[in-house]
Every structure is written in C-alpha cells, then in structure tokens.
Design a protein around this ligand. Structure first.
Ligand SMILES: [Zn+2]
Length: 420
C-alpha cells in the first residue's frame, strides 16, 4: 500500500505543467522541443505524453504532436512515439533570441513609431501603445473595453472609423493573444490598428478600408495569461482561472465559447489540459466580455469579417471546428477570400499558408471563437490565422521576424477586407 502511494505521488510529480515556485520564472534550460509522430489510434499514448511533457505546443493535433520536454523525460516520451525529431535542442537558449523590451522608448502621448514593431513588449506598454495611438487620432478612434479578466485586468482595444462617422458601417473585428504564449499575434493585431490610423490620410487603399467598415481591434484578449507568460512561464496558454478542488489552473478561452461547447472531442474536460474547456459554456469572465461584444456588433450594424490571430503553423482556417463534416453555407466564398489572402501573403516574402475549414484541415475544436462568430455572431466571414512559423521557433519567434510577419499578414488582411 505504502509503495503504491509512493508511486502515485511520483507520477503526480511527473505530471507536466511545470509549477513554478512563487515569484520564480520557469527555467527551460536543457528542455527539448520534439515533434512526435504517433501510430494510429493513439489516444492513450497521447494522454501519457501529455502527462510527461512540460507543454503540448499544438494540442488537438494527433498525428504530429509538438511538445516541450524536460531533459529527464525525453527518453520516456520518445519511447512512446513511432518517430520523433528534435525541433529545438535547448528551449531555454532559444528563448533568448526573443527580445523583450524592458522599457519602451515611446514618449507619453506621441503616436508610436514603426520601431515599436521591432521588439516584444511588457503588458503595460501595450496598453500605453493603444492609448498613445488613439490620442493621435481622436476624431476617428476611441479606446474600447470588452470586459474584465479573472485577475481584474480590462480587456482593452481600439475602435476605428472613417468618413461615415463613428459606428456607421458594418464591423470588422480582430482578436489577438487569446493564447498567452502566442506573442506574435499581439504585435500583428497592433500593426493592423497602427496601419489603419497612421496611413489613412496618405494611402488610398487604407482610406477605402476604413471608410468601408468600423474596425474593432483587441490585441490581447487574455491579459492575465499574457502577463503570466511574461513573468513566470513563457509557454503558458490559458487564462488564470482556478477550478475548485483541483490544483491545475486555467481555462482555454478559445474552447469556452457558448456554441457547440458541449460536443465532445474538440476540447478537454481535464483542468490540467492545455485545452480545458471549463465547467460550463462561457464560464470564463474573458469569454463573457467577448461574447457580449460580438453580440452587440451583430445587433447594431452587423459583423462582416472576424479574424482571430494565433500562432503557429501558417494556416488560414474557417468554420467549423466542432464537426469535420459540416461546412458553412458560404464555404466557397470563405475559400475564395482565403485563397486570395494566402497569395497576397506569399507575394510579400514567399511564406506559404495552408487554407481550409478548421476541423478537416487542422483538428477538431469545440467552443472556439470562429464557430461562434459564424453561427451566433452571424459574421459573413470568420477566420483563424495561425501565423509564422511552422515549428522551428514556434511561439518564440525571434524579434527579427516581427516585421516580416506583420508586413506579409497585413497584405492578407488588406486582401480580405477588400473582398469582404
Ligand atoms: Zn492559439
């Protein structure tokens, strides 16, 4: 009995989910990123790998799983896979290629310059960025908020309008950083806002975009998780909500939307999983705020285009996630816009995107944002962008790739807004 207890304690200790000591940052020195090929019907093996890995980087993907593994667990994990390749020899060392600016050089209330997009930034500076940008264009923008996070942070964004006046056109809505570790998505969504405002008076393409739609742009919809990814665990994905009776933290806000939430197979009911769906549909405060905002856009001028920016993988996906046999009624139009956007991106620097309906192209997801904006938000178009890269750097894309990524993605978005 005693030994059984000891074994289960040891196993519990091996349970992934690096739990840092208070005030300490998780040190990934020596951890490896592995790409695992699993044999078929491997749900059981996948569960074992999830327990051994520090993080699953692409949860839900069953045939090719990217994981980060502590040195002592590498042998056990590779033994479970049919094939394995090392993506990153030393994850901790790779993190050092990211540049997190410690203090931002933008002076108060000046419109941020393009150098903002040459580094990653602390959370507080992102809020300053939005306020400084807005203060330079007060006649055609306002700061918006869409609810509050678990820890009391305000979900903050910017609303941009053109010659028709505030709130006169159908909505285009951009979300970023629902998954905390996907830092390139923050920079990308901010670039959209920056381009639309700073180029409006000089660029006819931008002017046409802003005069056609009201833009609602929220670069960080998971602020608590984002802060945690900057202070404690660089690979954190979820929000920071606790579950009573369980020590694991966090709901996946992008498995929490109240549409087809109850369908099985596209999210986890285990609070320790990277894709934990929550105890009830829409039971994360972040999701409640986002849902209310989507519904209010639907009920005013309507929603034409929604894009949820993620990384990594280089995909443009559209609904549905919850069922691989169900497609949206305007599937052909979704494909047409995505095809043209992918070409526009590729024309900039050769980056190739894979496009298609989410479930059949990538993997099943339930309670995700684009299923909701399509089915309930009645958005004409709903997309998920999975930005650079395809796994070489994964979430920790070097700062030197921020500008190439945002510039090519901008062209994809211009194409979609023109076509929508
Ligand atoms: Zn994501």
């Amino acid at each position: 009995m005693k030994s059984l207890l000891l074994i289960s304690l040891l196993l519990a200790d091996a349970l992934s989910f690096v739990v840092p000591r208070a005030g300490q940052e998780v040190d990934y020195s020596g951890f490896k990123a592995l790409r695992l090929k699993l044999s078929e019907q491997s749900e059981d093996i996948e569960a074992q790998i999830e327990e051994l890995a520090a993080h699953v980087l692409n949860p839900g993907r069953s045939e090719l799983l990217d994981v980060v593994v502590a040195p002592e667990n590498v042998d056990a994990v590779t033994a479970l896979a049919a094939e394995s390749t090392v993506i990153t020899e030393d994850v901790g060392a790779a993190f050092k290629e990211e540049t997190l600016a410690t203090k931002d050089e933008v002076s108060v209330a000046a419109v941020p310059s393009e150098t903002w997009f040459t580094a990653y930034h602390p959370y507080a500076d992102h809020i300053t960025f939005l306020r400084d940008l807005q203060s330079g264009f007060t006649s055609q923008s306002e700061i918006i908020t869409t609810g509050t996070s678990v820890q009391g942070r305000t979900l903050t964004g910017i609303h941009i309008w053109g010659s028709g006046g505030k709130g006169s056109k159908p909505a285009v809505l951009f979300h970023g950083t629902v998954h905390a570790r996907e830092w390139i998505s923050t920079m990308t969504v901010e670039y959209m806002a920056w381009q639309l405002l700073t180029k409006y008076s000089t660029n006819s393409t931008v002017k046409a975009m802003v005069d056609k739609f009201d833009f609602y742009i929220i670069p960080i919809v998971n602020p608590d998780g984002f802060v945690y990814s900057q202070t404690t665990d660089r690979l954190w994905r979820k929000n920071r909500q606790t579950v009573s009776g369980n020590s694991c933290v966090g709901r996946d806000i992008n498995r929490n939307w109240p549409y087809k939430w109850e369908v099985t197979g596209g999210a986890s009911t285990n609070p320790c999983s990277e894709t934990y769906k929550g105890q009830a549909a829409g039971d994360s405060p972040e999701n409640k705020g986002l849902v209310a905002h989507v519904n209010s856009l639907r009920d005013s001028k309507g929603l034409t285009l929604y894009i949820d920016f993620h990384s990594y993988g280089q995909y443009i996906l559209w609904p549905y996630g919850y069922n691989c046999n169900v497609v949206v009624d305007n599937d052909a139009q979704h494909r047409s816009l995505a095809t043209r956007a992918a070409s526009a991106i590729r024309a900039v620097s050769g980056t190739r995107y894979t496009i298609g309906p989410a479930c059949s192209t990538l993997y099943a997801t339930t309670g995700d944002s684009t299923d909701y904006t399509d089915a309930v938000g009645q958005s004409t178009y709903s997309y998920t962008y999975e930005l650079r890269d395809t796994g070489n750097y994964g979430f920790t894309l070097p700062a030197s790739q921020i500008q190439p990524t945002i510039r090519e993605t901008w062209e994809g978005v211009v194409s979609m807004v023109r076509d929508a």
